[in-house]
Design a protein around this ligand. Structure first.
Ligand SMILES: [Zn+2]
Length: 302
């Protein structure tokens, strides 16, 4: 992260030179002037020192190329929140944007993520609660796009929360050679979520399909760590001694067994409703029986 110091001169309208009391929040803004650069916005703030109507500034401005300008030191007050107490207890970040929608481009967003993560780490803030929009303080339509698109605002905070979580609880390098993985079968018909941490509220990384066989090593507090590097709740899996795992045929009309794991491949035999099959391997959604392959959608774990 590259920050350029281009501090405003000390003056009552933009940089009063007063000490910040604390950093409890980070307030995100948009400049409201499409295509303008970070330095142009910095210079606009500087020009406000020659008038007496408008108080405005921020600690940082992030530009369209992801560049970051520091206008006011973090331990001083900037005028950005339209709320005196908030101005004395927060850091303000202005963001440039390419068009009227106010949506930030990827370069700006990336710098914003890094900036927010860094500030949260240094002041021990919690991104979900402590990163707020100007709108959340004063109902001003700022940052416009992220007031109008709440879910994208939540995505920004989530992204930073994930980064902060990772820095605070680094994922331990697994001692691969010592971990014995066992096979487990996914029980719920709707499948099973793989999460970043052993916690139901942590980020969903992907999901496993019903009847998928997953390899689990470490187990802790009812959560199993899979070889794919995430966690699943152990209540939704069942240990599979794979070559002795038995499945029953579900469809009343029976189930075709095919030569290859492919719906178009030749039928070698068919199993009656209720037949018990031993499946020795599962590839995608196809299970290998002694005769061929069956679609795992039509069998039920015994
Ligand atoms: Zn604002």
């Amino acid at each position: 992260m590259n920050i350029t110091d281009n501090l405003l001169s000390i003056n009552p309208m933009t940089r009063p030179g007063k000490k910040l009391e604390s950093v409890k929040k980070i307030i995100v803004h948009y400049v409201g002037n499409p295509t303008s650069t970070a330095v142009a916005n910095r210079n606009y703030f500087e020009r406000l020192s020659t008038q007496t109507e408008r108080y405005a500034s921020s600690h940082y401005i992030i530009g369209l190329e992801g560049e970051i300008i520091r206008c006011v030191p973090e331990d001083e007050v900037a005028w950005h929140a339209a709320n005196l107490s908030m101005n004395y207890n927060s850091i303000g970040i202005e963001n440039c944007h390419p068009d009227k929608s106010g949506k930030f481009n990827d370069k700006t967003l990336n710098s914003l993520y890094e900036m927010l993560t860094d500030i949260c780490m240094r002041y021990n803030l919690n991104p979900t609660d402590d990163i707020i929009r100007h709108y959340d303080v004063s109902k001003k339509l700022c940052p416009k796009y992220y007031v109008e698109n709440e879910s994208e605002w939540l995505d920004i905070k989530k992204n930073v929360q994930d980064r902060v979580d990772l820095l605070r609880n680094p994922v331990q390098e697994s001692k691969v050679e010592n971990i014995v993985y066992k096979n487990y079968v996914v029980l719920p018909e709707i499948g099973l979520n793989l999460r970043q941490y052993p916690d139901i509220s942590s980020k969903k990384l992907s999901s496993y399909k019903y009847n998928a066989v997953i390899e689990i090593g470490e187990i802790s507090n009812g959560w199993g760590k899979t070889k794919d590097g995430g966690w699943v709740s152990m209540q939704y899996v069942k240990e599979a001694a794979i070559n002795t795992t038995k499945y029953a045929v579900i469809p009343r009309i029976g189930l075709n067994c095919r030569e290859k794991p492919d719906i178009k491949s030749k039928i070698v035999t068919s199993y009656k409703y209720g037949s018990i099959l031993k499946i020795s391997d599962i590839v995608n959604e196809w299970g290998k029986t002694k005769d061929g392959y069956v679609n795992m959608k039509y069998v039920k774990l015994m």
